[in-house]
Design a binder for this molecule. Sequence first.
Ligand SMILES: Nc1ncnc2c1ncn2[C@@H]1O[C@H](COP(=O)(O)OP(=O)(O)OP(=O)(O)O)[C@@H](O)[C@H]1O
Length: 383
Amino acid sequence: MSRSRKRPRLSSDDLPLDSQNVRGNSSLSQRKGDRDGHFVFMIGENLTPRYKIIRKMGEGTFGRVLECWDRENHDLVAIKVVRSIRKYRHAAKIEIDVLNLLAKNDCANSHCLQIQGWFDYHHHICIVCEKLGPSLFDFLRRNRYCPFPVDLVRDFGRQLLESVAYMHELRLIHTDLKPENILLVSSECLNVPIHKRTSYRCSQDDRKFRCLPKSSAIKLIDFGSTVFENQHHSTIVSTRHYRAPEIILGLGWSYPCDLWSVGCILVEFCLGEALFQTHDNLEHLAMMEKLLGPLPEHMIRKVSSQAVKYFKRGSMLNWPDGTTSRESIRAVRKLDRLKDLIYRNVDDSRTILSNLLSGLLKYDPNERLNAHDALNHPFFLNG
Ligand SMILES: Nc1ncnc2c1ncn2[C@@H]1O[C@H](COP(=O)(O)OP(=O)(O)OP(=O)(O)O)[C@@H](O)[C@H]1O
């Protein structure tokens, strides 16, 4: 997967706070932040006297996530050390509020990352959380994008929908659901034999075994883009591959955009790789039409002035247009109808799974399944 999967969100043009004449120990400030405002550290160093840095677990737009030893609780924790840039600090405070709200109302089935606390360290906001395992994207990548068996897709889908239902009950919209933001609770895995019949994609090379998670327990992370339903919504949200059509068409968005993302994620679990591998709006819409049929006219009639250019004669997608590359035409042609895609890649529960997916991938957000209805779908009830 060569194309970037990162969601363009806050641009990184601001200077780090430690180069903005913030009062304090300048030599320490310089050592603690690099030019992008990322926290610079050494393994074994202390992050306050309480936490000892063990290793880096991940890095994102907002900061670095470090595995640390908590000397007070004698436990390992994950600490997100946010970049020392004003807008990221501001976003981190919102993320802390969301994490606290999620923790306050927590029920057994929330499947959301648990916050333990936070502190400010040399202009870096540090969010202390439970330590989890690899993301489902990392897991797929390490297994050469070998798809998950359908029973695991069901377990992951159920938990993911439970966490989305929980957030929506609290009037929160995650807006950035993607395999990178779904973490296995445990890193333990099992080596299992690959059956040629059941896993076509995995059996394309000479490997006889594949790795599967020992436990299917997952948790949702990264609430840095979460918004309250009644708050200001920026026009563009979500990482490209998981972005709902109403966002691309500038029609406004709400809770259903999370369910579209869940649909894309579940297909990805069945295929091993992202469903919509594109970075271009027109190509993205063409891929959707190849998979799901034509966009509804009533949506096309209301598109924003920026999106009008994607259509001709008022109702037809203007694709391919004069600028479409051969590579793009090939990428769209490669896609099948959703049902055929699922039939080609999944062995069990295909009919019921493709029915669930078409409910999650409804163009019209008003017709799309909500999280509760999706959880009551026969794919989950009969599995
Ligand atoms: N609690 C945790 N336990 C283990 N690893 C974690 C944890 N939290 C985050 N990570 C790792 O760190 C990575 C970055 O974390 P996170 O997504 O919160 O940062 P971000 O800066 O908001 O990222 P993005 O740019 O993708 O939004 C994750 O993809 C994951 O691999």
